[in-house]
Design a binder for this molecule. Structure first.
Ligand code: G
Ligand code: G
Ligand code: MN
Ligand code: NA
Length: 254
């Protein structure tokens, strides 16, 4: 298929880019970090969303190479921003798929990206989904333990949408819960819907950081902040930004 053929050359052809989606502190609106999101603009096929090309990259055995590039690029951007904007304690989150999580090479890739960028391990957050854990829970637990031993932090992404979320919280040690945007989209009245409130309180009880995803309006922001949800992402604050625009945001010029 055309997409498969084009993807083979995408990395070498410099067709992949990262964009950076800000994470803000709801208490004061400051940017505390970014989530790196992969973009592919094929000169032949146009822009292709990651939902479409990442599974293909996995089938073609290209995900190792692409994932390693994402890690190096994201860690080096974060290291640069942290040195130019010290004091903000900026973090960088990188998404890791089920296939990546199963790879024996992942720990080495991450250690390499940290070493070559100089980014402190504690500033890197790896986002995994519940579905990535369901396939091989024992293998995943081992891998997560090895990653935490490096000092990186772990986030459970799209929280609440996978299978039996709560049993995963018992089995796997994570640091951050990202409440899926489908829950945030249910916030449309004067009060936080009980499930969203429950998710925020669950995180607090378990001493996890909470990031609300997909915050699109001020009412959602205010209700989450009042419930003491600490962090959020969403179009209300910013769309995913190019490295240049992310830097302008840090400069306070946007
Ligand atoms: O940014 P966007 O909504 O297009 O992302 C769609 C999906 O692709 C999300 O689930 C996101 O986690 C995933 N994704 C984006 N960038 C990466 C990446 O670098 N690696 C992996 N494995 N998944 C990614
Ligand atoms: O699965 P993951 O959370 O990694 O996916 C992140 C994706 O969510 C990104 O592709 C990003 O474009 C999208 N996204 C981020 N903020 C918002 C938002 O406020 N509204 C909507 N509809 N999508 C968002
Ligand atoms: Mn994510
Ligand atoms: Na998510």
């Amino acid at each position: 298929r055309a997409l498969e053929a084009e993807l083979q050359g995408a990395l070498a052809g410099d067709e992949l880019r990262l964009v950076y989606h800000p994470v803000v502190d709801l208490a004061d609106g400051r940017v505390v970090g970014f989530e790196a999101l992969l973009r592919w603009h094929s000169p032949v096929l146009g822009p292709i969303p990651p939902d479409r090309f990442i599974p293909v990259a996995e089938d073609l055995d290209l995900i190792g190479e692409i994932g390693a590039w994402v890690l190096r690029e994201a860690c080096s951007a974060a290291a640069g921003w942290r040195s130019r904007y010290p004091g903000a304690g900026l973090t960088m989150a990188v998404n890791v798929s089920a296939v990546q999580l199963a790879s024996p090479d992942l720990v080495r890739q991450i250690a390499g990206a940290l070493a070559s960028s100089g980014l402190p391990a504690g500033a890197l957050v790896l986002e995994v989904t519940e579905t990535a854990l369901v396939r091989d829970p024992e293998g995943a637990a081992e891998q997560l333990a090895a990653l935490r031993a490096l000092g990186v932090r772990l986030a459970l992404d799209d929280f609440g949408t996978g299978y039996s979320s709560l049993s995963y919280l018992r089995q796997f040690t994570v640091d951050v819960l990202k409440i899926d945007r489908s829950f945030i989209a249910t916030i449309d009245g004067a009060e936080l819907p009980p499930i969203v409130r429950g998710l925020v309180e669950l995180g607090r009880t378990l001493d996890l950081e909470i990031v609300a995803e997909g915050v699109e309006d001020e009412r959602q922001r205010d209700l989450l902040r009042d419930a003491r949800c600490e962090f959020a992402q969403g179009y209300l604050f910013a769309a995913p930004l190019s490295a240049t625009d992310a830097e302008l945001l840090l400069l306070g010029r946007t």
